[in-house]
Design a protein around this ligand. Structure first.
Ligand code: FES
Ligand code: FE2
Length: 428
C-alpha cells in the first residue's frame, strides 16, 4: 500500500515533477530505428513523459528529437517538409535543424539575424541496437550511452518490438517484476508457446506452484529470485533483474532467447511497453523471429501501421470464455503480452494504491517502489544520480540455475548475473 502522495510521486512524470526528473536521468528507448528508415524520411510524432515531440532524420542521417510545434504560431511540424538538412514548417516556411535551431525565416531579411534567436526545445537521439534512445534531462548531466547487452549484440541475435499500453507505466512495470502471476495468469502457455516450450526448467515451474521469493538489492535495482524444488533437495532458482527505473530481464528457459521489457511513460495514463528478445551467443532462427513478429512470447500482434495491439480494450481483448471454461487458457486472453496488458489496463489508468492488500509474493514490488521513492527524493533534495544510470548497472543478465540448498543465490549465481560478451547464459 502507498499513501496518496507516494502514489502521485511515482505515477506522475510530466515536466517539473520529481518522478519526471527521475525518468529524465536516464537514456530511454524513444523509437524503433525502423521508424526513421532513411535520410529525409517522414518525421514521426512521439510523446514521452507528457511532452509532445517530433523525431526526424535529416539529409545527412543525423537524428533529432525536437518540440513538435513551430515556434512561429504553433503548427505541428509533423506536416513539415524534411529537406536539405532541416525540417521546414509548411505554413510560412520556417526551417529547423536536428538540434531545434531555427535555420531560416524566409519572410525576414537574412541580415536581421532573427532566425538565430529562435530555438525549439530538443533532445539527443542516438541509434543503438535497433532502437533510437533519448535523454531528456539536464545536458550537463548526460550519462554515457546505454549498455544493455541486448543492444550490443549483433543485429541477427536480437528482436525488439513496442506497443502502446493504456495504463500508467508503474502498474505495467509492477507486472514485470511480479513473478508469482506466471503460475496463474499465464498457466498453460509455458508448454505451448514456441518461444518457451521444451525447457527443463518448465517442469520445475509446473511441479511447484508455491515458489519462495527472495528479493535482494542489486547495484542498479533488484534481483528477484524465485525458488522452486529441484531433484535431490536442490533448488531451481529463477532470477529476474530489475534495473531502475523500468528495465526488466526475465530468467531464461533452456536455449530459448532471453527477453525483457522497458516501460516508458507516454503520459500519466499511457505508456510504451518495449519488449526485446536476444541470445547472447547465437543468431535467432528465422522461425523464432517469425513467431515474435506474429506476437508470440512476450511480443504482441499490432494493428498494421500502428503500435496498438490487435486485441485491446475496445474488443475486450478478444476474450475467449469457452477456452477459459475448458481450461485451455487460464485467463481466456491469448498470449503472454495481452494477458498482462488486459489485467493491468483493467485496473484503470492509474491504480489507487491506497486500497491494495499486499501479500508476501508482492515483496519485489514493495522493494522496487521504495527504491524508486528513495532515488526520486535523493535526486530532488540532493541532486544524487539514481541507480541504473551508470552503464555498469546495465551490464547484467537474468539467470535460471539449480543450486545446492545451502548456497544463497546471490553467491551461487554471482558470476552469471553479469553479462560477459560471447559467454553462454546460465539457463536450465
Ligand atoms: S506556423 Fe510555422 S512557419 Fe508559421
Ligand atoms: Fe506476465
Amino acid at each position: 500500500m502507498l499513501r496518496k502522495e507516494q502514489n502521485d510521486l511515482l505515477t506522475q512524470t510530466g515536466p517539473g515533477t520529481p518522478g519526471g526528473a527521475l525518468f529524465r536521468s536516464y537514456w530511454m528507448p524513444a523509437l524503433l530505428a525502423d521508424e526513421l528508415p532513411a535520410n529525409d524520411c517522414p518525421p514521426v510524432r512521439v510523446k514521452l513523459l507528457s511532452e509532445r515531440l517530433l523525431a526526424f532524420r535529416d539529409s545527412k542521417g543525423r537524428y533529432g528529437l525536437i518540440d513538435e510545434f513551430c515556434a512561429h504560431r504553433g503548427v505541428s511540424l509533423w506536416f513539415g517538409r524534411n529537406e536539405e538538412c532541416g525540417l521546414r514548417c509548411p505554413y510560412h516556411g520556417w526551417k529547423y535543424d536536428v538540434t531545434g535551431q531555427c535555420m531560416e525565416v524566409p519572410s525576414e531579411p537574412e541580415e536581421s539575424g532573427f532566425a538565430k534567436k529562435i530555438k525549439l526545445k530538443s533532445y539527443p537521439l542516438v541509434e543503438k541496437g535497433g532502437v533510437l534512445w533519448t535523454y531528456m534531462g539536464d545536458p550537463a548531466k548526460q550519462p554515457p550511452h546505454p549498455e544493455w547487452e541486448f543492444a550490443t549484440v549483433p543485429d541477427d541475435q536480437r528482436f525488439v518490438s513496442k506497443r502502446i499500453q493504456e495504463s500508467n507505466w508503474l502498474q505495467a512495470m509492477e507486472g514485470g517484476i511480479d513473478s508469482s502471476h506466471v503460475s496463474f495468469l499465464h498457466r498453460g502457455d509455458l508448454n505451448n508457446d514456441p518461444l518457451f516450450k521444451g525447457a527443463k526448467g518448465n517442469q520445475y515451474n509446473m511441479n511447484d506452484s508455491r515458489p519462495v521469493f527472495e528479493v535482494v538489492e542489486s547495484p542498479g535495482g533488484l534481483y528477484i529470485g524465485a525458488r522452486r524444488n529441484a531433484e535431490n533437495g536442490h533448488y531451481y532458482w529463477r532470477i529476474t533483474q530489475w534495473v531502475m527505473p523500468s528495465f526488466t530481464m526475465i530468467a531464461p528457459r533452456g536455449n530459448h532467447s532471453v527477453h525483457g521489457h522497458f516501460w516508458i511513460p507516454i503520459d500519466d495514463e499511457n505508456c510504451w511497453t518495449w519488449s526485446f528478445d536476444y541470445h547472447p551467443i547465437r543468431e535467432l532462427a528465422d522461425a523464432e523471429v517469425a513467431a515474435m513478429r506474429e506476437g508470440k512470447g512476450v511480443h504482441v500482434a499490432t494493428i498494421p501501421g500502428t503500435y496498438r495491439s490487435v486485441a485491446n480494450k475496445d474488443n475486450d481483448y478478444l476474450m475467449d470464455r469457452q477456452a477459459q471454461k475448458e481450461g485451455r487458457s487460464y485467463s481466456g486472453v491469448a498470449g503472454f503480452g495481452m494477458q498482462d496488458a488486459s489485467v493491468q489496463e483493467s485496473m484503470g489508468p492509474i491504480v489507487d494504491r491506497t486500497k491494495e492488500n499486499l501479500v508476501s509474493t508482492d515483496n519485489g514490488i514493495i522493494m522496487a517502489r521504495h527504491r524508486l521513492l528513495r532515488a526520486a527524493k535523493a535526486l530532488a533534495d540532493k541532486g544524487i544520480t539514481p541507480p541504473g544510470v551508470d552503464p555498469a548497472h546495465q551490464n547484467i543478465r537474468s539467470v535460471a540455475i539449480v543450486l545446492p540448498p545451502d548456497v544463497p543465490y546471490k553467491e551461487g549465481a554471482k558470476d552469471v548475473l553479469v553479462a560477459k560478451p560471447g559467454v553462454a547464459p546460465a539457463t536450465v
